[in-house]
Design a protein around this ligand. Structure first.
Ligand SMILES: Nc1nc2c(ncn2[C@@H]2O[C@H](COP(=O)(O)OP(=O)(O)OP(=O)(O)O)[C@@H](O)[C@H]2O)c(=O)[nH]1
Length: 291
């Protein structure tokens, strides 16, 4: 079928851990250049020369168990594939998910994915995190797909929608998590949380908004992914995830939405209401209409 050149990832046999702020190794820079100069712009399904397939057939070998010395994983390995447009933060996210902070991540025997052992719901498991899928999506084999977009880039959001359509066709049973990354860049935001939630609910998948570089909500994402890989509900019974799509909105979130709907936000609405209370000016630079 096709080669998705624009989904190029940046992990390879280079040193396994890289902070977002450190320069990319030359090999990765070349890959990135290749992607930038490519006109295909994420056109999935086009025929073209495919790079050698990346093997996802990762056995529970010494490499994996060596991720945590002397502590064999009780289950897995679970393969988690990160997909999305270039620059949305997949590499950063892979590093964060792989436990960069405690420096326990290692690279699998193919040199393509991060291996990490995590404990979720009191059970250990091994996860393999890939952010370098470059071939036909129908060849993708993983337990969970994480589709990443940047909340500061609307195009990357649209592309996750395209990708979800394709994944639903090629692998209808693989659980998908939609991730809105770079939530720390509040002022550059182009995609609202509500919009992303609506989109996620259309595809009946989970939505998590996070910041990979600040390591904000990485642990949550990891837990959701592992539970989904185990065939469980991503959120334990009794818990409410406010970013979850599909009608599982928390009471707090619903209450907030209700209250917001009661208070008019824009000047015309305030005029209509005629109340002085609503004429108070906001100095917030996120709501310029209020000034
Ligand atoms: N502010 C902010 N920047 C981020 C975040 N995550 C990643 N970045 C930055 O976004 C840029 C791209 O990050 P990468 O992880 O290389 O993105 P990628 O999706 O792997 O990109 P490709 O390797 O080209 O596919 C880097 O400069 C990161 O430091 C985040 O949560 N917040």
């Amino acid at each position: 079928m096709e080669t998705d050149e624009c989904d190029s990832m940046t992990l390879s046999s280079a040193p396994p851990l890289r902070r977002g702020s450190t320069p990319l190794p030359i090999k990765h820079q070349l890959r990135r250049e290749e992607a930038v100069h490519d006109d295909c712009d994420w056109t999935l399904g086009l025929a073209g020369p495919s790079p050698p397939p990346i093997s996802f057939s990762l056995a529970k070998d010494e490499t994996i168990t060596s991720a945590v010395e002397g502590r064999p994983p009780s289950e897995g390995p679970f393969r988690i594939a990160l997909l999305g447009q270039n620059g949305v933060g997949k590499s950063c996210l892979a590093i964060a998910l792989a436990g960069d902070l405690d420096r326990t991540a290692s690279v699998d025997s193919e040199g393509e994915g991060y291996v990490h052992t995590v404990t979720v719901d009191d059970e250990d498991c091994t996860i393999l995190i890939y952010d370098n899928w470059r071939q036909d999506l129908s060849d993708l084999q993983c337990e969970v797909c994480v589709l990443v977009f940047s909340v500061t880039d609307r195009r990357s959001f649209h592309r996750t929608a395209q990708l979800r359509l394709l994944l639903r066709e090629t692998q209808p049973l693989t659980p998908i998590i939609l991730v809105g990354n770079k939530s720390d860049l509040v002022r550059s935001r182009e995609v609202s949380t509500q919009e992303a939630l609506t989109s996620a609910s259309l595809f009946d998948c989970l939505y998590v908004e996070m910041s990979a570089s600040l390591d904000h909500r990485t642990a949550e994402l990891l837990e959701y992914a592992v539970r989904l890989a185990r065939g469980l509900s991503p959120v334990p019974p009794g818990a409410c995830g406010h970013d979850m799509a599909g009608g599982r909105e928390s009471i707090t979130h619903r209450a907030k939405r209700f209250l917001t709907s009661l208070v008019p936000r824009y000047p015309r609405e305030r005029e209509r209401d005629g109340g002085k209370f609503f004429r108070q000016k906001s100095r917030s630079c996120h709501d310029l209409g209020a000034l």
